[in-house]
Unconditional design. Structure first.
Length: 612
């Protein structure tokens, strides 16, 4: 879910921003690849490459956040979009934009204080560039983000000036840390209301952290300082690289080639077209990360095919909506890496490579359950099948060979031990660019490719800046021993691990339907991980349960993300979609319960490979 104000028309400085971000993204791809290629040749590498990659990732986070602000692509919990056009919606937009601008302005000042503090340490990057200069991207981007939020808060100058005035007032208030503790809860309430009305989640989390530190007399720089805990994560650069890989595929004609292949493979079966939809959507979601791209990219292609084959409108809508979240557990899915990064800072680590292995059988189970339901509907309805043809299968496989080889290559390269996760992600992005540019000709540097990379940077910026803001709020909660208090309460009232897991299923299902998946991981994982440790739940198994529940939450009424996307994509009312997705919700719910209470499904593969 993103902010609802349309992006402004493209301007010259927008093209400069786009070009800069694409250049930074390509640098993030090339730095690890140079190490990979140079390793067999005497260890040739970029001096200080890892340090430079950290700063490049920092730039991607904040410049991407600036781009996401321009495009209205920040992750939100907005209810303002449900309001009819009119004074109430304009007032909601003004409040949300004003609060967002105020929070971003204070964060910019805090980030500048961090830069000044680091300047005194006189650290230098390889090549002689002072570290503090590279870090200036934080305050500069946040200041520009604040101005953009104020600009987008209203359509006319009086509203924009009002938003700037609010931001300036809050900025001045930030210098009075500790002297106005009575304002803590009123300010927190305003931030939460603004979040419900459309202010991005990152401003809500960053704003709450600022307010709570403010009440404790701690300088506002405490929140931006937590960013370095994030940037130090060795797997973090894989997030923008794999996001870009998914968007390159989404902007090409890969979806058409994959649909043709899976139809040739499964079309002869009863319900074969439904099986094809489940398979191709799962594969596509694997690369696009459950961000809703699957429904947008594939919905218009597979929905008419289902209707032409004789499937009812209700089943077709339900299947496309449900299949849009399948594949979330397979490599190189982005939410798996994000969970690994967030959980890695808590008591129980969950390495991404082990999560991928553990998620194979559970992920396949969910895909197979949906496919079996499709077969049952096909048999019951006596729907026609297409004859199996080896020639068409071979031709379609040849046409889609490059896309089909990508997941195989990613898994093989990573599991070989020759490359790290970040190096594998860089190789995947390079592969996708080469395939869709040089080999298929779908995208070129003038047509399609820059658009795909820019759109990936929007999502990357939205996710990473949210994660950075969440680190500040998490730091305050840890300082106040909130997780410890929650843990003590749960241990007092819940004594059985089985009851704990059932309660976790219900909570994650409900919250997963309200929160966008990246927000849900960042907000909930730090609270869930220590609880799982207390009940002796294996951290890898807990991660699979967590992600499988969020996958199910996409379909849970009233506000599951896939429901909104399908409603928009197919112009259907939400209550109508609730009825159509109910069978899939029940089927996938059974699958999630099996995953939860049969840990051998998650841990069996790890045990076979000697990782447990």
């Amino acid at each position: 879910m993103s902010t609802g104000t349309p992006a402004a028309p493209s301007r010259p400085w927008h093209r400069v921003e786009d070009a800069l971000l694409v250049a930074v993204l390509l640098a993030a791809m090339l730095l690890p690849l140079i190490d990979t290629v140079g390793r067999p040749f005497g260890g040739f590498h970029v001096p200080g490459g890892s340090a430079w990659l950290q700063k490049v990732t920092l730039a991607l986070a904040f410049l991407g956040g600036l781009l996401a602000t321009r495009a209205g692509a920040h992750l939100t919990l907005s209810t303002a979009e449900l309001m009819a056009e009119g004074p109430r919606r304009r007032a909601a937009s003004l409040l949300a934009g004003s609060v967002a601008a105020a929070v971003a302005a204070v964060l910019a000042w805090g980030a500048w204080q961090v830069v000044l503090a680091n300047r005194t340490e006189a650290k230098v990057l390889p090549g002689g560039v002072p570290v503090w200069i590279a870090e200036c991207v934080m305050p500069l981007a946040l200041a520009l983000i604040a101005l953009r939020f104020a600009w987008r808060a209203a359509a006319h100058w009086p509203g924009r000036l009002a938003a700037l005035a609010v931001a300036g007032g809050v900025f001045a208030l930030s210098f009075l840390a500790g002297s106005a503790a009575s304002l803590t809860w009123p300010l927190a309430a305003i931030v939460l209301v603004a979040a419900l009305l459309g202010a991005p989640v990152f401003t809500a989390m960053g704003g709450l952290a600022l307010i709570f530190f403010f009440s404790a007399g701690v300088p506002v720089a405490a929140v931006p300082a937590e960013i370095y805990r994030l940037i130090e994560s060795p797997t973090l650069p894989a997030i923008p690289l794999l996001t870009a890989c998914g968007y390159v595929l989404a902007e090409s004609h890969a979806s058409s080639r994959l649909v043709r292949f899976f139809r040739a493979l499964f079309g002869w079966m009863p319900g074969g077209v439904a099986v094809m939809v489940a398979a191709v959507c799962a594969l596509f979601t694997t690369f696009t990360g459950g961000s809703g791209v699957t429904i947008i990219a594939l919905g218009g292609l597979v929905y008419p095919m289902l209707r032409e084959e004789g499937y009812s409108e209700g089943f077709s809508l339900g299947l496309v909506t449900a299949a849009g979240s399948l594949g979330l557990l397979f490599p190189p899915s982005l939410p798996v890496i994000l969970y690994s990064v967030v959980a890695g800072s808590r008591e129980m680590s969950a390495p991404a490579d082990e999560l991928y292995l553990a998620g194979l059988l559970p992920g396949l189970l969910l895909v197979v359950l949906v496919a079996l339901y499709g077969i049952w509907v096909g048999v019951r309805g006596g729907l026609k099948r297409q004859p199996f043809a080896w020639g068409e299968l071979a031709r379609s496989a040849w046409a889609a060979k490059w896309e089909l080889l990508l997941p195989v290559g990613v898994v093989a390269l990573f599991q070989s031990g020759l490359t790290s996760l970040v190096e594998t992600a860089a190789a995947a992005l390079l592969y996708a660019i080469v395939v869709e540019w040089w080999l298929t000709g779908d995208l070129t540097p003038r047509r399609g490719l820059p658009k795909a990379l820019v759109k990936s940077c929007e999502l990357t910026g939205a996710v990473l800046i949210l994660l950075a803001s969440a680190m500040g709020l998490t730091s305050y909660l840890v300082d106040q021993q909130i997780p410890d208090a929650l843990l003590a309460w749960v241990q007092t009232h819940v004594t059985s691990p089985l009851v704990f897991l059932l309660a976790l299923n219900v909570i994650l299902l409900i919250l997963g339907s309200v929160l966008e998946i990246y927000s849900a991981i960042i907000i909930l994982a730090p609270l869930v991980v220590p609880l799982g440790a207390a009940f002796g739940i294996d951290p890898i198994h807990l991660g699979v349960i967590f992600l499988a529940n969020l996958e199910l939450g996409f379909l849970f009424p009233p506000v599951g993300l896939n429901l909104f996307l399908s409603s928009s994509r197919f112009d259907k009312r939400l209550p109508e979609l609730y009825r159509h997705v109910l069978p899939f919700l029940l089927i996938l719910g059974i699958g999630v319960l099996l995953i939860t209470y049969l840990p051998v499904m998650s841990l069996g593969v790890l045990e076979m490979l000697g990782k447990r």
